[in-house]
Design a protein around this ligand. Structure first.
Ligand code: ADP
Ligand code: MG
Length: 386
């Protein structure tokens, strides 16, 4: 699955495939959310970072409206289609992501020509690292440059959201593409999902002698979609009863009062969102003042809140988190939407191997699928390579 091809090799493969040189090569990263889960659609705060795993695209615009696309990822053949008459819902598989952002730019009045595209991504697919947004952000960056549209990153974030929501039909927020388009090396992206305000927060784990391990449990439980919808509904209900536009507007000091107004389940859902927003703010403050080694307890508290109040964890994620903590990680939590996907464990460099071995062993003993474990570092957002 992982392919790290350098720019000139990718350009050469493009030449072989399409019989012409690409106009350029662009890359955009996947992302990991450090903290702030299920706060985005409550107009709250998130703190993702762009990772050192990227989707690279070599792209050449055409003088007609045809589109030809190939991924180096095994099992995908050449996709041939046309931008003429492109409508939401059209396209299949991964081709929906490049087509979706082309459609979103057209919707904004940009005259998008056809193109030839070669994709090479080492962002693991379906692991909760947003491989789909990495593709979209790489392609929209390329088209933004080559058409002369010149949109700022904030606009590209919204166009990419239109592509996902309307063209692909996935009800996602703005976190993933904000991290991918606006991330920076050694930093996390503090994003206010209400007004899209971004602040880069120093997060250089390596300099603090820490590594951030991602533990991909490789499971995706079937109730994930229903679980997501029902959590969203609970949040909306809570906001309505409390008389606010979104749970973002509920302060932690109001929680006690709220307890008399909400049924037991809704109270716990609301409590997760309200305390999680507060944890994001605390994490931002601590990262700026004391550095990455000081945020472990907040990561732990975030996991407990998702496990007990929001109830979106699962046995595999809990085992990954508990085993990491018991073997030297200074903080760990599930990350992403829940019901499977990945956990993260902030770990002293010297403990890394022990955590890895212990997690693999505990999964084997529990009869779970062997997890994929790898490190990520906060890396640059989308950029043009050539
Ligand atoms: P996530 O974004 O969390 O990784 P998604 O289900 O949103 O999960 O996106 C995964 C999809 O992205 C895959 O089903 C595939 O269509 C596409 N994809 C990811 N990586 C590649 C790749 N290297 N080549 C082609 N398609 C890819
Ligand atoms: Mg995705």
């Amino acid at each position: 699955m992982t392919t790290t091809t350098d720019t000139s090799v990718l350009a050469a493969r493009f030449q072989e495939t399409f019989d012409a040189a690409p106009d350029g090569v662009w890359q955009a990263p996947g992302r990991v959310n450090l903290i702030g889960e299920h706060t985005d659609y409550n107009e709250g705060f998130v703190l993702p970072f762009a990772i050192d795993k990227t989707a690279k695209v070599a792209l050449r615009v055409r003088d007609d409206s045809a589109v030809r696309m190939l991924s180096t990822f095994g099992g995908h053949g050449l996709v041939e289609t046309d931008l003429e008459g492109l409508e939401p819902g059209s396209g299949e598989g991964w081709s929906r992501y490049p087509l979706g952002v082309a459609w979103a730019l057209k919707e904004r009045g940009i005259d998008v020509p056809g193109f030839d595209l070669l994709l090479d991504s080492d962002v693991p697919s379906g692991a909760g690292l947003s491989s789909s947004h990495a593709i979209e952000c790489a392609v929209i960056s390329a088209l933004n440059d080559l058409t002369g549209a010149g949109f700022a990153a904030e606009d590209l974030v919204l166009a990419t959201q239109r592509a996902e929501n309307v063209f692909v039909g996935a009800p996602t927020g703005i976190m993933d593409q904000s991290a991918s388009l606006r991330g920076a090396k050694g930093h996390a992206v503090f994003l206010d999902c209400r007004d899209q305000h971004v602040e880069l927060v120093p997060f250089d784990a390596e300099a603090s002698g820490l590594v951030l391990l991602v533990i991909d449990t490789k499971v995706s439980h079937s109730h994930a979609d229903g679980g997501y919808a029902s959590r969203r509904a609970s949040c909306e209900l809570g906001a309505e009863i409390l008389g606010v536009k979104a749970l973002r507007d509920v302060g932690i000091e109001v929680l006690e009062e709220a307890s008399g107004l909400l049924d037991e389940t809704t109270l716990r859902r609301v409590r997760h969102v309200v305390t999680e927003n507060d944890r994001v703010l605390q994490t931002v403050e601590l990262l700026s003042s004391n550095g990455p080694a000081s945020i472990g307890a907040l990561l732990d508290a975030s996991h407990v809140s998702m496990r007990d109040d929001f109830e979106i964890s699962c046995a595999e994620l809990d085992l990954a988190v508990d085993t990491s903590r018991a073997n030297g990680a200074i903080g760990a939590r599930m990350t992403g939407g829940g019901f499977g996907g990945s956990a993260i464990a902030l770990t002293p460099v010297g403990q890394e191997q022990q955590v890895r071995d212990a997690v693999v062993r505990s999964f084997a003993e529990a009869g779970f699928t062997t997890p994929d474990i790898f490190t990520v570092t906060p890396a640059a957002g989308a950029l043009r390579l050539a």
